[in-house]
Design a protein around this ligand. Structure first.
Ligand code: F6R
Length: 364
């Protein structure tokens, strides 16, 4: 079943161009230049607040969605990990939209949070990969990802498919709120349609990433930095590395470095910087220079333009295709997944079955 791949995780990373394309098919009409949700008797025009709840990698997809929904639809978004949400007595006004994101659709905390939100008169939207799951059954608005079965314990292709669905949902909500012109919608659709090819181009750098894994494998601690919608990708990169290579890693918003974590920097702590060119590039690079000035060893992940401007002096660089900022979070998922994968392989850990972890966390 793994075909030519050594691990399920590797196979699933490489499936991303296809499964993202497959997922997008249900959410965009390329010829009309429109986003369209597969089902939906929810009237999104009346949504005044969105509450996003999830765990782990699915939570990071939700964090990206917060940036998108607020930017495009101008609807305020609250976001919580499910284990906090369900016990903190959140204030939920009747008629709000509660959005749950889960690969398995069975995560105990997320399911309990969903039931709590329902009891508080929220309308329930679910982004889920297993169509027969409990969460899928309990949704008012079911937004399936079409990633296919995900077997590796570390989530990869489910995450990029979640992002594809969430981008389409954000645009759909923006349209319903009268915040999206026809032209803007067409542009969003065009950018989303570019994602599969861009993911493919990112995967083309697999060998470069494999070749630099030895720079990270000996580290005890690794930091990941990103800004804006790529900040959650820094968190995701750190989670992937922790999970499968057992190296301690943390993701930070690049601008937070100087508020504490920069004290950790020395030549033994590699810093992975996610900085696609775009409106936030210069800001992230200036945070990167602060790290370098303190002896930090940097791996810069950017496009050709970004690497040309800021790649000098890094211990390694990983080149990504130049993409619109909307799809950068999908594309930059690939190098952080591949880096974690190759570091884990270099360390000889059990990539598909990391210690202490279960694929579906059905107990709280
Ligand atoms: C990370 C990972 C976990 C899951 C989390 C939520 O690689 O796999 O963090 O993302 O347990 O699981 P789902 O999405 O099934 O609710």
């Amino acid at each position: 079943e793994k075909g030519n791949y050594r691990h399920y995780m590797q196979k699933e990373i490489f499936e991303q161009p296809i499964v993202v394309a497959q997922t997008l098919q249900s959410y965009v009409r390329p010829f009309e230049g429109e986003v369209a949700l597969p089902t939906g008797d929810l009237d999104l025009a009346t949504v005044g607040r969105v509450t996003i709840v999830a765990c782990g990698t699915s939570f990071y997809a939700g964090m990206v969605a917060k940036y998108w929904i607020e930017q495009f639809a101008r609807v305020p978004v609250d976001i919580d990990v499910a284990s906090e949400f369900r016990y903190r007595q959140p204030v939920l006004e009747p008629g709000g939209l509660a959005l749950f994101i889960s690969q398995s659709g069975e995560t105990a905390d997320t399911l309990a949070a969903l039931r709590h939100a329902r009891s508080e008169q929220q309308r329930i939207a679910v982004v889920v990969n297993v169509p027969t799951s409990s969460m899928a059954r309990e949704a008012d608005l079911l937004l399936p990802t079409h990633a296919g079965p995900e077997i590796g314990v570390a989530s990869t292709k489910a995450f990029t498919c979640q992002l594809a669905v969430l981008a389409a949902l954000s645009a759909n909500l923006a349209r319903a709120k009268g915040r999206l012109s026809r032209d803007e919608e067409q542009e969003i659709v065009a950018h989303l349609q570019e994602a599969p090819a861009a993911l493919n181009a990112a995967l083309g750098h697999d060998d470069d990433i494999a070749a630099m894994a030895h720079l990270i494998a000996p580290a005890r601690d690794v930091l990941y930095l990103g800004r804006g919608p790529d900040y959650p990708l820094a968190l995701e990169g750190a989670l992937k590395l922790k999970e499968i290579s057992y190296i301690h890693a943390e993701g930070y918003a690049a601008g937070e470095m100087k508020h504490g974590p920069i004290a950790l920097i020395d030549e033994a702590v590699p810093v992975i910087v996610l900085a696609p060119s775009g409106p936030l590039f210069e800001k992230t690079v200036s945070n990167m220079q602060e790290v370098r000035a303190r002896g930090g060893k940097i791996v810069l992940i950017s496009d050709a333009k970004g690497l040309e401007e800021a790649g000098e002096g890094c211990i390694a660089t990983i080149e990504m295709p130049e993409v619109h900022p909307l799809i950068a979070p999908l594309v930059y998922a690939v190098p952080v997944q591949l880096l974690a994968y190759h570091v884990a392989v270099a360390k000889g850990t059990d990539v598909d079955q990391p210690r202490n972890l279960a694929k579906s966390v059905t107990v709280e």
